[in-house]
Design a protein around this ligand. Sequence first.
Ligand code: GRF
Length: 187
Amino acid sequence: MVKINSCVFISGKGTNLRELIKSSREYNFPITIKLIISNNEKAKGLVLAKKFSIPFKIVNFKKHLYETKVLNEMRKRNISLICLAGFMKILPKSFLKKFKGKIINIHPSLLPKYKGTKTFERMLKNDEKTAGCSVHFVNEKLDSGKIILKKRFDISSNETIETLKARTQKYEYRAFSEAVTKLYLND
Ligand code: GRF
């Protein structure tokens, strides 16, 4: 099948990236990963880029003209989907405009609840009974774009921040790939 060229943005561990790479190597998965962008040269996820021979760029998002650099790299590879997988920077409005409807993000809560950071801490503090993750389109407002899909599960009585994070991530791995499939195959 002809696959959509995509780019994954990361900042850290890259476990969601790892799962996306796995999926992308399946014949029926609609996207291929042509580029990985990291704002952090120490991001562990970059090891995966090397392991799977995926081109990667480390970009200093504070530097003048960084946006042009990213755009050029994307154009070269004809990228039409951007997956934010643990990417901890806010993308500028001008960039979002150029890729309107083509940037998706994974967030570790059942949006619209718990946007932003420290999601697990806040959930436990509020004695939430249900947790989960959401894959959504990215717009100018933090964690607020249209939701593509969510996965939910029950929080257990002895849950800690660590267990909640680990459990959420397991759901994220399936959610991200399912969301991508939903975008291109179930229209
Ligand atoms: C994920 O839990 C995601 O929800 C959040 O950042 C985390 C990234 O983890 N946005 P990883 O880098 O994919 O391991």
